[in-house]
Design a protein around this ligand. Structure first.
Ligand SMILES: *[C@@H]1O[C@H](CO)[C@@H](O)[C@H](O)[C@H]1NC(C)=O
Length: 445
């Protein structure tokens, strides 16, 4: 039954009725000091960017491949009025399955109508609200299996400062909200989002020449970000990124930084962040297949936000494998040897040692970051990189550099090309499980 037009004429972006939206269940644990934990019944929702968007009147695509339909979408506002977002077939279309406390994301899924690559999901508290986490003074723990993630892929688990309702309350044009995974933002101020603040990002849309599903519009969506986890079986990094404004904020053109065709450091966010990647910090025997942390097996990852309120000063990392707690490796890079965690002192020393722009401190460092981690939404994703082949995570980047800091992982500089990984590693996957949240030292053995 197609009775969607009625609302579509008045509001937008509305929702379709072709596929019912049923969020995969995912339980997690809230822990208290002393280590007792209670199970929370949550669920996940796929981001609106992955969804089918079609006419309010029939099933004509509003967006097909990497282009907007010029009749339905002559401009962003009209487009939003003319188009609806559809419910998702999580396993059939997107290769997403959950069971109890675990979630598996498949890389490439051949569905009946389309081939899907990667996904991005958010943890929901209820059908219309994302689960909000206040990370200050707390510890976040999860178990991950990266054994099926080769060079070029990134199984990423992170937090962003999105609106709890996906922006529905702030923007009357947004009828869909968190139930349909709207409102994404991050510190790269992405411009590849199809809808921002409830309006289609179709104005000035440029299809990406090496990505048949993606393009970039005139607007981007910025907010602070805490990358708890960006990894594959060969490399891993954790990275805070800070923005000047609290919460999600739309940017336009060069004010979106590199994604908007401007200077990399031209947005109000810190695109580089302050990363800790054990390989990049000089320890090449720490993370990988058969290494100190053996990526052929699952590993529990513990991240601690030391401090309280708006004065968090340090982010520590521990791993647990085979019943053993393994502290993060120490940096071996000259001038940074006393650090195995992220703090303002570490960031300053690391940026200096590597000669990198200190965008994290330039945008306020931990002082400002602390003010942004009280209302964070959890993101679980799997992606490949159409811009620089994930070389910034797992290889040498810039590829011709022999400067300290350029060596980030063991992957070849020719690896990670999307066309290659999407064909040769189509069956790759990542499994996240046993998410726990609570006071410091309450979530792991
Ligand atoms: C790498 O880290 C582990 C664990 O901290 C340590 O035992 C080992 O000596 C480190 N290796 C190097 C080369 O620093």
């Amino acid at each position: 039954m197609l009775c969607v037009g009625l609302f579509g004429l008045v509001y937008s972006i509305g929702v379709g009725t072709n596929t019912q939206e049923t969020h995969p269940k995912l339980s997690w644990k809230q822990c208290s000091s002393g280590g007792s934990c209670t199970t929370q019944q949550g669920s996940v929702v796929i981001d609106s960017n992955w969804r089918w968007t079609h006419s309010t009147k029939d099933l004509t695509n509003c967006y097909d491949g990497n282009l907007w339909d010029s009749t339905l979408c002559p401009d962003g506002t009209t487009c939003s009025k003319n188009c609806v977002l559809e419910g998702a077939d999580y396993s059939g279309t997107y290769g997403i399955t959950s069971s109890g406390d675990s979630l598996t994301l498949k890389f490439v899924t051949h569905g009946s109508y389309s081939t899907n690559v990667g996904s991005r999901l958010y943890l929901l508290k209820d059908d219309n609200n994302y689960q909000i986490f206040n990370l200050a003074g707390k510890e976040f723990t999860f178990t991950v299996d990266v054994s099926n993630l080769p060079c070029g892929l990134n199984g990423a688990l992170y937090f962003v400062e999105m609106d709890q309702d996906g922006g529905k309350g702030k923007h009357k044009e947004n009828e869909a909200g968190a139930k349909y995974g709207t409102g994404y933002c991050d510190a790269q101020c992405p411009t590849d989002l199809k809808f921002i603040d409830g309006i289609a990002n179709s104005d000035g849309w440029k299809p990406q020449d090496n990505d048949e599903n993606s393009g970039n519009g005139k607007y981007g969506s910025c907010c602070s970000e805490m990358d708890i986890w960006e990894a594959n079986s060969l490399a891993t990094a954790y990275t805070p990124h800070v923005c000047d404004t609290k919460g999600q904020k739309r940017c336009q053109g060069t004010a979106c930084g590199e994604n908007g065709g401007g200077d990399r450091f031209g947005s109000e966010c810190d695109p580089d962040g302050c990363d800790f990647n054990s390989w990049r910090q000089g320890n090449k025997s720490f993370w990988g297949p058969g290494l100190i942390i053996d990526t052929k097996k699952s590993v529990q990852v513990v991240t601690q936000f030391i401090g309280s309120g708006s004065s968090v000063t340090e982010i520590r990392r521990k791993y647990v494998q085979n019943g053993k707690v393994i502290e993060n490796s120490y940096s071996t890079i000259s001038g940074t040897e006393k650090y195995n965690s992220i703090s303002d002192d570490y960031c300053n020393a690391q940026k200096k040692a590597f000669g990198d722009t200190n965008s994290f401190e330039n945008h306020g460092g931990f002082k400002r970051f602390s003010q942004h981690i009280q209302d964070m939404v959890l993101v679980l994703s799997l992606w490949d990189d159409h811009t620089v082949n994930m070389l910034w995570l797992d290889s040498v980047y810039p590829t011709n550099s022999n400067k300290p800091g350029a060596d980030r992982g063991p992957c070849e500089t020719s690896s990670g090309v999307p066309a290659d990984v999407e064909s040769k590693s189509a069956s790759a996957s990542v499994k996240y499980s046993d998410i726990r949240f609570g006071p410091i030292d309450s979530t792991y053995k």
